[in-house]
Design a protein around this ligand. Structure first.
Ligand SMILES: [Zn+2]
Length: 100
């Protein structure tokens, strides 16, 4: 799956990407629907961009031979975790501490 392509597709499906959007004199309910669609798509794009960034960081770590090491405590990230989340930057402990 190509995240960059997914982001591009999402951007295209954003109602705000329609050049006629501002001038189409759409009914209010259409505007509301477009706004909701736009917000949803924007949130999805942000989420994908975050993942893409994590993956790029993971790739850099592989190049430096530091892949699979927690960025916070330097311990090895357990393999089962990497299998679920290959772009993981922290071990489970640190991730939980950082989220709090
Ligand atoms: Zn850690």
């Amino acid at each position: 799956m190509n995240l960059k392509k997914q982001i591009e597709e999402l951007k295209k499906s954003d109602p705000f990407a329609d050049p006629d959007h501002a001038t189409d004199n759409a009914a209010v309910d259409t505007d509301v629907r477009e706004q909701v669609g736009h917000d949803t798509i924007e949130a999805e794009i942000k989420d994908l961009q975050r993942r893409l960034q994590d993956i790029e960081i993971a790739v850099q770590k592989i190049r430096k031979g530091k892949y699979g090491m927690c960025e916070r405590c330097g311990k090895e990230i357990p393999l089962p975790r990497l299998k679920i989340l290959p772009e993981a930057r922290y071990c489970v402990d640190c991730e939980q501490k950082l989220r709090r």
